[in-house]
Write a new protein. Structure first.
Length: 606
């Protein structure tokens, strides 16, 4: 059975129409843990996923089998984004999925992109999370106060949680569950997999050739409105996971606690997906529990020892430039913290402020960043004006100076960055109901290619409230010359498509070896490692596909035990990784239901 996206809905895009430039600062002197702080201005970010919203309606006409969108007749030629250039005319045939192919945002007509098979929202390929649509259409710094129902995905069904919340005194705070040990059934039935479940019970009835559950940890209690469980970091010693108000560290070999859990006075609101070269990460948590709290408290953590390093407070920007939500990334020694309209860089080792990325040029406000091997910035320019557009920059992580800037045509939004090196960008045009995937030379900004493959994107992408969340997609991998993209599972099994980054054309396809979804994890040792999700009675798989092509059946690296299939299948909102021959699966969102046996992290191996 296919899995929903690996993060809860997270929102809309855009810059305010009347922004003002504000000041910036280095982390301010920390307050002792637990000391109340002066409330900042009102916060408008909802703390729970938004309620359902009616999706865009397709034009009338006979349905196209398998996708649900009518086929359009050939469209008359129209001037392209750069009508005076060589790519001024779009193709005359309709595009895949019933929408006419349109010129991309980078000055070249597409070869094969269009509307995926489900109604799209700007910025997230694939099907949105079940039962949820984004109601916050507009600009990220607009203060929006909304009462929304919390959605919890339970057994594949969406329930509305209407009682309890972060401030409900009747709801428990994050702590280890007191469920008795050793209650897991040999069949893997998760009715009895509370705290301390014995992994040997999850291995009960394990067949020859099946992998082992090395260890399993249940999630801490969460408030009735649910809680985020962001990030998962694996070193050669520890597996580290954040959940609600705590960060947990476990020894990779046996799952025993590597160090005492780190607790925060308020809930964790952002983390660095990357770790530094010396295994440090930074966690952001809220300044308080009221609606006026900000996501501005920073804490550095050593993943191997659990030691707390420097801490600080992110300064506010201007009137519309807030820390209601921040996005963080690490590139080399630089920690980048993005506000709604700007960013500040810190030394990840010391917490010292390095530089600010502020408004520039034609009213361009940097409102999103992506890190890793390269530091990428995306800005909203002339928001609300006749020249409204996005711009992409590659930034020097040491100074913040732009190595190059690429202007995107009006009407297009840079929604996701599938890879920072090579730079692979996913953009959407909501009015034309089209999408575009293009790759760029990181040194010059010159476009290498744009995808010309007829596919329905199956990447697992969350939503993004009050920020773009450029790196909010899982299940997409790129190496120097190839993009590995999962297709959406229409009937049963899906495929992974290898796409040349030099031509944008398909190189090969590999079909999932089971009637379940297969998702790329990483390129390792000359092969693509992928995860095949479990079914109700069979464990998932970790497989390897040769980079030379998908002609051969994927090699099975791990066959997860059937006895743990119910547990494995319960990670609806998930992160996953393959490190040193072990496969790790963890939750990224907790529902907060009292009767749910919620899962935190699971490790498989031989």
């Amino acid at each position: 059975m296919s899995q929903p996206p690996n993060q809860p809905p997270q929102g809309g895009f855009g810059a305010p129409q009347d922004p003002r430039q504000g000041g910036f600062g280095a982390p301010q002197p920390p307050q002792p843990d637990g000391v109340p702080q002066t409330p900042p201005p009102p916060q408008g970010a909802p703390q729970t996923p938004p309620p359902p919203q009616t999706p865009p309606q397709p034009p009338a006409g006979p349905p196209q089998p398998g996708y649900g969108y009518p086929q359009q007749p050939p469209q008359p030629q129209q001037p392209g984004p750069y009508a005076s250039g060589p790519y001024g005319q779009p193709p005359q045939q309709p595009g895949p999925y019933g929408y006419p192919q349109q010129p991309g945002p980078y000055g070249q007509p597409p070869q094969g992109y269009g509307q995926p098979g489900q109604p799209q929202f700007p910025g997230a390929p694939g099907t949105p999370p079940g039962g949820s649509r984004n109601p916050f259409k507009g600009k990220p710094a607009l203060a929006v106060v909304a009462a929304v129902a919390a959605l919890a995905v339970i057994g594949g069904t969406v329930y509305a949680v209407t009682s309890g919340g972060d401030d409900d005194p009747k709801k428990p705070v994050a702590q280890k569950t007191d469920d008795p040990k050793g209650s897991a059934s040999p069949t893997g039935d998760d009715e009895g997999t509370g705290g301390g479940a014995d992994p040997e019970n999850l291995n009960g009835g394990r067949q020859a050739g099946e992998a082992k559950v090395l260890w399993y940890k249940p999630a801490p209690d969460a408030p009735g409105s649910g809680a985020d469980a962001p990030g998962m970091w694996i070193t050669d010693k520890t597996a580290v996971k954040a959940a609600y108000k705590q960060v947990f560290g476990y020894r990779v070999a046996d799952g025993e606690e590597a160090w005492d859990p780190i607790s925060f006075p308020e809930k964790i609101c952002s983390v660095t997906a990357q770790k530094s070269s010396d295994d440090k990460v930074v966690v952001a948590y809220m300044s308080g529990s009221s609606d006026r709290a900000k996501c501005n408290q920073l804490q550095q953590i050593d993943l191997n020892s659990g030691a707390k390093g420097w801490k600080g407070t992110v300064a506010e920007g201007g009137l519309f430039d807030t820390t209601l939500k921040v996005e963080m990334s690490i590139t080399g020694k630089t920690l980048m913290v993005g506000r709604s309209q700007s960013g500040t860089a810190y030394d990840v080792g010391t917490g010292k402020k390095m530089w600010d990325k502020q408004r520039y040029g034609d009213k361009c406000f940097p409102d999103a960043f992506a890190g890793g091997e390269k530091l990428i910035g995306v800005a909203s320019c002339d928001a609300g004006g006749s020249g409204e557009h996005d711009e992409i920059q590659v930034l020097d992580p040491a100074t913040g100076k732009a190595k190059w800037t690429r202007k995107i045509d009006g009407g297009w939004r840079v929604a996701r960055v599938f890879s920072v090196d090579p730079l692979v960008v996913y953009s959407t045009n909501k009015d034309k109901k089209t999408w575009n995937i293009s790759t760029f030379d990181s040194a010059s900004g010159k476009r290498r290619s744009q995808v010309s493959v007829d596919l329905e994107i199956g990447a697992e992408c969350g939503w993004a409230i009050l920020e773009r969340a450029l790196q909010g997609c899982g299940g997409v991998v790129a190496d120097d010359d190839t993009l590995y993209m999962p297709t959406k599972a229409i009937a049963a099994a899906n495929e992974i498509v290898a796409i040349s980054l030099d031509s944008g054309k398909e190189k090969w396809r590999a079909k999932s070896p089971a009637e379940e979804t297969m998702l790329p994890v990483k390129v390792e040792d000359g092969r693509l490692v992928a995860y095949v999700t479990p079914s109700y009675d069979a464990g998932g798989q970790v497989v390897a596909i040769p980079l030379s092509g998908g002609d051969h059946d994927p090699e099975k690296l791990l066959q997860n035990p059937a006895g743990a299939a119910r547990i494995e299948n319960g990670f609806f909102s998930k992160a996953y990784d393959w490190v040193d021959g072990r496969f790790y699966l963890s939750s990224t969102r907790l529902s907060g239901r009292d009767d749910a046996k919620e899962k935190l992290i699971l490790a498989y191996g031989k």
